[in-house]
Design a protein around this ligand. Structure first.
Ligand code: AMP
Ligand code: MG
Length: 445
């Protein structure tokens, strides 16, 4: 798409001239939206359709490796985990107190029992608890034979070796049963589960030293554009620093994939073709930014048509409309837009679920929650808008405030924001006090 700047606004030339006023002037022109303008283009793909395509286009990498459980953090299970033991392995006490047989408890009167020994965690009581007897017991200690109930020490009065217990206790109380958490022989984690801190602890509690996981995904990425310079280089006239390679690096790094940074590729047919082919050979997925809008698409498209099967899509979303998706040989190809916010948004919304699918997880669209707006959200009907917003807790309610100017080149707004406010396709502006869908960044951005 060729952008011709006119004063504060921008006209996108796409065969017919379409008024598309961007940035902070957006609100002022909302009344002028014409039928048939860019926002209402029926040929735009919906976000939902992109997800459907991506789910079909991707599958988990086949290779599997066995790793020590700590190395499995952030990886995806390639086997079902069956519990080899009961967890907990034996009945134990949930409290510090006294273990006894419930047959001694009386509903209408207090009782006295004799303390015959102690059961500590790791040092069980060896004997048997008979009628009229009890054992001092600590949290996590094994319930002795003959006992099935624990009375909290705060609910008992002790006099030398005799305790007095009042009425109102229940049989079996304060006892944790074997297998209550995980039963021997049961499937406790399934293939496709991402290993997080809870899963590490769970595997350790089963005694597993290692597990089978999918091999790490290899992702190659590069930026395209003659205007781009790398940090450390001086900026010439009409040049900007390449920031997309850094945001993409940051998001991929947090995903735990193997990174192949291929740098900046110039807007040159041969250089681009070589870069695409090299990347596809060494990586499972190739992510580029820039060069997919209509103005440049003919050139990039020619190359991609020659060497791959790539669709150039225009998605009914904002930011991030132009998007190229497909395959170069066996590698998944994502041609993200060039604008820095569009890059992060399309990565988060599309590349993330697709890559996670390739890593072995089920395909899952981003999860949204509800929040109340505390300022007006400006929007025109036509495309689903992923506005950068700041979610916060206000007296126990999740509320959102706008995060600065909403244009696809305003990366500072992305830094202020911690969520997207998702405003549906056909919705106009949303006043303060309305409930909207929110996708929290979840640490990735
Ligand atoms: P393009 O899609 O290549 O026309 O790029 C759209 C806009 O994004 C232009 O303003 C580019 O200068 C900008 N852009 C493209 N690539 C990058 C990059 N790697 N870092 C920062 N801005 C970029
Ligand atoms: Mg470019």
């Amino acid at each position: 798409m060729k952008d011709i700047p006119i004063k504060n606004s921008t006209i996108n030339v796409q065969g017919n001239v379409q008024g598309n006023v961007q940035g902070n002037v957006q609100g002022n022109v909302q009344g002028n939206v014409q039928a048939g303008c860019d926002e209402h283009d029926p040929s735009l793909l919906t976000v939902e359709q992109v997800h459907q395509q991506l789910e079909q286009l991707t599958q988990p990498v086949a290779a599997i490796e066995r790793v020590a459980i700590r190395s499995a953090l952030g990886r995806v299970l390639a086997e079902d985990i069956v519990s080899p033991i009961d967890v907990p392995p034996y009945a134990n006490s949930a409290m510090d107190g006294y273990a006894l047989s419930s047959t001694d408890l009386k509903s209408n009167t207090a009782i006295n029992l004799t303390v015959i020994g102690s059961s500590f965690a790791g040092e069980p009581f060896a004997g048997n608890v008979q009628a009229g007897q009890c054992v001092r017991i600590m949290t996590g200690a094994q319930i002795p034979d003959g006992a099935n109930t624990v009375i909290m020490q705060e609910q008992v009065t002790r006099n030398n070796d005799v305790i007095n217990i009042g009425q109102g206790h229940c049989a079996g109380q304060n006892v944790r049963h074997p297998g209550e958490d995980m039963k021997k022989g049961s499937v406790v984690l399934t293939t496709g589960k991402e290993i997080g801190a809870a899963e590490l602890g769970l595997l350790a509690s089963l005694g597993y030293p290692e597990v089978s996981v999918r091999r790490k995904l290899r992702v190659a990425f590069f930026s395209t554009g003659d205007e781009l310079r790398s940090v450390g280089e001086p900026l010439g006239e009409g040049q900007i620093y390449d920031s997309n390679r850094y945001t993409i690096f940051g998001m991929l790094k947090k995903m735990g994939v193997e990174l192949i940074d291929m740098g900046v590729i110039r807007d040159n047919e041969q250089a681009i073709e070589e870069a695409f082919l090299d990347a596809a050979e060494i990586a499972d997925a190739v992510i580029t930014s820039g060069g997919v809008s209509v103005g440049e698409a003919d050139f990039v498209k020619l190359t991609l048509d020659k060497i791959g099967k790539v669709d150039f899509w225009r998605v009914a979303m904002k930011p991030g409309k132009p998007l190229a998706l497909g395959k170069i040989n066996n590698a998944l190809f994502f041609g993200l837009p060039g604008n820095p916010v569009s890059v992060m948004s399309t990565f988060y919304l599309f590349a993330l679920p697709a890559l996670k699918h390739m890593m072995g997880q089920v395909y899952q669209q981003p999860i949204s929650t509800k929040a109340i707006t505390i300022s007006e959200i400006k929007k025109r009907p036509g495309r689903t808008d992923y506005q950068r917003a700041i979610a916060k807790n206000e007296n126990g309610k999740l509320v959102i405030d706008a995060a600065g100017m909403q244009a696809s080149h305003i990366l500072s707004g992305m830094s202020q924001a911690n969520c997207y406010a998702v405003i549906p396709k056909d919705s106009g502006s949303i006043p303060a006090g309305q409930e909207v869908d929110v996708i929290l960044f979840d640490g990735l951005t």
